[in-house]
Ligand binder design. Structure first.
Ligand code: ENP
Length: 266
């Protein structure tokens, strides 16, 4: 009856399995957590309720049970490039995006919803954002975003897609509406923005233009130290894995031949 895809099959097993994987293998530094209690808290946020009337607060117990600190300088905010972020962050080894925190990790890539007057999950369909804002998935990411932004500190990174149709810095968007407003001025020393175009995509947005300019101005007005880099090299290397022969991926040195080192010994 809803327009969105239904609940991911085997949701309970996935969430509980991911929970153990996270606390035992991915990030044991978070310490002991009760994975079955975490699943119960997650489920109780939306089960047996109108799927269009789930609020971020309904996940409060879940957030409290899964909460852990976010290492300084590791936060990575993003819009419109989830797969790139997943490989750049490397499950928290390089950066810790919200999907690399325990609370985000448990839900990443999943869909879920319940139904009023029934204790079951709806595997047939779930409401989309267009059908209702207060659906189980969007309300979840709202509280996850707020929690993540509030606890981010040091130098924070923002990876934006310069080829995105709606602009690199979408408004409305989770970053604009739930993350920036929760940045703690006294904890964040710098905001580093990276605007990276898709290898074969158009160059719609760059540092200092269009929506990125709006973002830079907003952050500076809020008193943050802001830097912005177009096509940041480390991220380009990752993208270029899939396009080794593309002209954008020819990382030739511009140094004179002699500076690149001798070819033969003499
Ligand atoms: P999209 O629309 O590109 O990608 C949505 C996909 O990313 C879904 O599979 C979703 O999992 C997963 N995801 C991981 N973290 C988030 C998230 N944090 N979030 C919404 N979905 C997330 O993402 P958006 O809507 O632009 O959101 C990007 C935001 O994530 C940025 O604000 C960034 O700073 C933040 P699922 O369970 O829905 O299938 C917040 C909202 O980290």
């Amino acid at each position: 009856k809803w327009k969105g895809e239904g609940t991911t099959q085997n949701l309970e097993s996935i969430v509980i399995g991911r929970c153990y994987e996270y606390i035992r293998l991915v990030n044991p530094a978070v310490g002991e957590k009760n994975c079955s209690q975490i699943w119960e808290a997650f489920k109780n946020a939306f089960i047996n309720k109108d799927p269009c009337n789930i609020l971020p607060e309904d996940y409060e117990l879940f957030i409290n049970l899964t909460f852990h600190t976010i290492p300084p300088n590791k936060s990575l905010f993003w819009e419109n490039n989830q797969l790139l972020v997943t490989s750049l962050a490397a499950r928290g080894r390089r950066y810790m995006s919200v999907g690399d925190t325990l609370f985000g990790f448990l839900a990443d890539f999943l869909i879920w919803c319940g139904q009023a007057d029934s204790p079951g999950l709806d595997y047939e369909s779930c409401p989309t954002m267009a059908e209702c804002e207060n659906n189980a998935v969007d309300s979840f990411w709202r509280i996850a975003s707020v929690t993540y932004a509030k606890h981010s500190s040091g130098v924070v990174q923002v990876l934006l897609n310069g080829s995105a149709e709606g602009g690199a810095y979408p408004q409305p968007g989770f970053f604009a509406d739930y993350e920036i407003p929760n940045f703690q001025k006294d904890k964040i020393s710098q905001v580093v923005i990276w605007v990276v175009d898709d290898i074969e995509g158009p160059d719609r947005d760059s540092c200092g233009t269009n929506s990125v300019k709006t973002l830079e101005t907003r952050l500076k007005t809020l008193g943050f130290d802001v830097t912005c880099t177009d096509n940041y090299k480390s991220v380009m290397f990752l993208l270029c894995l899939d396009y080794p022969d593309h002209s954008k991926c020819a990382f030739a040195s511009s140094a004179p031949a002699a500076q690149r080192g001798p070819i033969s010994s003499d």
